[in-house]
Design a protein around this ligand. Structure first.
Ligand code: FPP
Length: 249
């Protein structure tokens, strides 16, 4: 049994001071620097990043992770040059097309968060098909954040709450944490226990702002394209040393 599997029990999180791990959320950073260091175009870094996605999706359920969320394209990433945006969308198409059967065979349930329905219609159709195909799987829930921003998600939730209040189906003073949770893209998923960021930056970058209230932040120097099972096990081992108090003492 690996170190992480031995030290990071699965099951419900929340007991005072425990290190239960259900949900790992990852800010995959460093593709550009990886390519630059090799004098390659940025797309080569993103392509190598897909290989890291494959490795981590394979390792995650073996290490006891139930939910893996990957920040693949932020709502702010549209500001990148058009050719890089097109490359990222092309890689997303390629990933889904080439991996979906294998993901399904491996018991992976695919979900998407963010305003992914605003992507090109062929991608939206592909994502819808992938969700439908894998909806019954339960070995790993793979959540891909696409056109995602935490602030934008909260705005959508606020609008949904306002609409329910206006329609008379919700009293304003009945709005509580659970009412907000239920209107987020992540409704029904446990909150992240770890937010992991690769390549050394110490920023949340508009990722899971509400959901990560009590997440442990783990930053690794490894660039995302170099990330592998060993790097994941190191991150989980660091998490296992943390004492989680959830505001208690
Ligand atoms: C950050 O690196 C990474 C991204 C903006 C995209 C991440 C996307 C992938 C790994 C591929 C698509 C994923 C899936 C699940 C299909 P950066 O370019 O900001 O790196 P830098 O900070 O070194 O420039």
């Amino acid at each position: 049994m690996s170190l992480a599997a031995a030290t990071v029990p699965t099951g419900a999180a929340g007991a005072d001071g425990d290190v239960a791990l259900r949900h790992l959320a990852v800010i995959m950073d460093g593709n550009g620097r990886w390519a630059q260091a090799r004098r390659l175009p940025r797309v080569a870094g993103h392509r190598a990043g897909i290989e890291a996605v494959r490795r981590v999706v394979e390792a995650a359920p073996v290490l006891g992770i139930e939910v893996l969320t990957l920040y693949a394209f932020s709502a702010e990433n549209w500001k990148r040059p058009a050719d890089e945006v097109a490359d990222l969308m092309g890689l997303l198409r390629h990933y889904i097309r080439s991996e979906i059967k294998e993901l399904h065979r491996n018991g992976v349930r695919l979900q998407f968060i963010g305003d992914w329905r605003a992507l090109k219609p062929d991608i939206v159709a592909m994502l819808d098909d992938a969700r439908a195909l894998t909806a019954g799987n339960d070995r790993l829930t793979l959540v891909v954040a696409l056109n995602y921003g935490g602030q934008q998600e909260l705005v959508r939730a606020a609008r949904a709450l306002a609409a329910d209040v206006a329609a008379g189906v919700l009293a304003a003073d009945a709005i509580d944490d659970a009412a907000i949770d239920a209107r987020l893209d992540t409704a029904g998923l446990p909150p992240p226990d770890i937010v992991l960021r690769t390549s050394g930056e110490m920023r949340l970058s508009n990722f899971l702002l509400w959901q990560s209230a009590y997440a442990e932040f783990v930053v690794t120097e490894t660039l995302w394209p170099d990330f592998d099972r060993a790097a994941l096990e190191s991150a989980l081992a660091e998490f296992a040393t943390r004492v989680r108090r959830f505001g208690g003492r």
